[in-house]
Design a protein. Structure first.
Length: 262
């Protein structure tokens, strides 16, 4: 399969479903070899199989992004399978709805360990390989509109995504001289399983009363007049992995239909 990403060796975490799965499929359709990393090995395998059935190249890998040994093993698996690493999409993340005064230390750590620490570890381990290869690379982190504006009752989630933006900018400064580009994507209200959990959380905390009420309320603020679908991230993901973005680093791209203007 030839395309804009022909020959690229790529990892996508949290790629078993939702945004990650659609990004992985698009990257493979453009010729990339994609390692599907997910904490759920079964859905990682399902996504990898869907890609190979469509004529692309993919392999599944179980990973817990909170655990450095697990991340290092995932990256080693990609290098073994594809011969190296050119791009990593640090997309794995979780959300949790709590009223501000109800956020516990356990809640904070649960969200931060995946969304903050997990991104840091994946970036660190990927950079080590990219530096050893000596040919640069691209790192793309999934942040959120909640990394640009704080939302109640998502304070700890918002804090974690602000952290992803900070990690993106600091790593871009740290590794630009080595040809390693670091950028981020900020999705908005996306029709995924994560948003189903968020919507349920709004009902559980009494902030909404009916199914999809919170989802629709947020989606209605998009200037383009609709909620996002996971494949709305595919084109931007391909762009950030490709040579088309070769002179872009340290940037956070809002892909939200115009909910947040930056």
């Amino acid at each position: 399969m030839s395309g804009r990403l022909s020959g690229q060796r790529i990892i996508v975490t949290g790629a078993g479903r939702g945004i990650g799965a659609e990004m992985a499929k698009a990257l493979a359709a453009e010729g990339g070899s994609v390692l599907i990393g997910d904490i759920d090995e079964e859905i990682a395998r399902e996504t990898a199989n869907a890609i190979t059935m469509a004529g692309g190249k993919a392999a599944p890998c179980k990973v817990d992004v909170r655990d450095r040994a697990s991340v290092a093993a995932m990256i080693a698996a990609a290098v073994d399978a594809f011969g190296g690493l050119d791009t990593i999409f640090n997309n794995a993340g979780i959300a949790q709805v709590r009223k501000f005064l109800d956020i516990s230390e356990e809640d904070w750590r649960a969200v931060m360990d995946v969304n903050g620490l997990g991104v840091l570890i994946c970036m660190q381990e990927a950079v080590k390989v990219m530096l050893k290869q000596g040919s640069g690379g691209s790192i793309v982190n999934t942040a959120s509109i909640a990394g640009k504006q704080g939302y109640e009752p998502l304070a700890h989630y918002s804090a974690s995504k602000f952290g992803v933006v900070a990690l993106t900018q600091t790593a871009a400064r740290a590794f630009g001289e080595y040809g390693i580009r670091v950028n981020a994507i900020c999705p908005g209200v996306v029709a995924t399983d994560m948003w189903k959990l968020i919507d349920q959380g709004f009902r559980d905390t009494g902030l909404s009363t009916s199914e999809n009420e919170a989802f629709n309320s947020f989606a209605e603020t998009a200037l383009l007049g609709r909620a996002s679908q996971p494949d709305d991230m595919a084109g931007v993901a391909t762009f950030l992995a490709s040579a088309d973005s070769a002179f872009m680093t340290g940037q956070t791209l809002l892909v939200d239909g115009g909910i947040v203007l930056d």
